[in-house]
Ligand binder design. Structure first.
Ligand code: C5P
Length: 213
């Protein structure tokens, strides 16, 4: 049976027991791909950050919060997977030291948080000997969509990258129709316009299946 590992949602990087930094990811893209992969008969593991979504039926769901926890779960599942699709919006930074107690507000004092870079999980997978595993990344850009996506495809040693543009005043977070650009490792490009994430999940998995999944 084909085994597919999908990541979804945001990560939460804790500041203290009651606060965190995160992003607007809803997880919807990853959950749609997980559902579609299940319908196609794959064995699906979904590593998900916090979302408001219901777990897709018959999908193994591993919930995590931080990027470090996501990395740990993904590295554990990677050897058993034929394909990895990283839709997660992994926080690029985490707080250097998480306070054990709630940080107190001090009058007229600004708050300075020291952030350190999180590991790039997908790059790490790409750097490992991946044999015939298929690696798919996502790229959300506000500018130079094609150039940045092509660079990430190469740097992270991916088979396919799905790039979406974050237009001024609109959002790809949520369930509106969106445009994507797919670039594969042979440089083949395909634009798919104004589709729902449900429709895009099918199109992306069709493309992944062409890679031999
Ligand atoms: O470099 P950028 O964050 O735009 O790359 C996006 C792709 O890399 C996504 O597929 C995302 O899930 C993955 N990524 C990752 N670990 C990070 C940052 C991004 O796996 N720390």
């Amino acid at each position: 049976m084909r085994r597919i590992l999908i990541t979804a949602g945001p990560t939460r990087e804790h500041i203290d027991p009651v606060r965190f930094i995160s992003n607007h990811s809803t997880g919807e893209f990853g959950y749609e791909i997980a559902k579609e992969a299940k319908e196609r008969g794959c064995l699906v593991t979904l590593v998900s950050g916090p979302t408001a979504l219901k777990a897709p039926k018959a999908v193994r769901l591993i919930t995590i919060e931080s990027a470090i926890a996501m990395r740990r779960a993904v590295l554990k599942e990677f050897p058993k997977s034929d394909c990895v699709i990283m839709t997660a919006a992994v926080s690029d930074w985490r707080v250097l030291s998480i306070a054990k107690k709630k940080i107190k507000k001090r009058r007229n004092k600004n708050m300075v948080l020291e952030l350190v870079e999180n590991p790039d999980i997908l790059k790490e997978l790409g750097g490992m000997k991946k044999k015939d595993k298929i690696l798919v990344g996502f790229s959300l850009e506000t500018e130079d969509l094609e150039k940045n996506a092509a660079r990430k495809l190469k740097e992270k040693n991916l088979d396919l990258i799905i790039a979406t543009r974050l237009k001024a005043g609109s959002t790809v977070f949520g369930n509106s129709n969106i445009d994507i650009l797919m670039i594969d490792r042979f440089g083949k490009r395909a634009n798919v316009c104004h589709k729902s994430k449900r429709e895009l999940a099918k199109i992306i998995l069709d493309r992944v299946e062409e890679f031999g999944l």
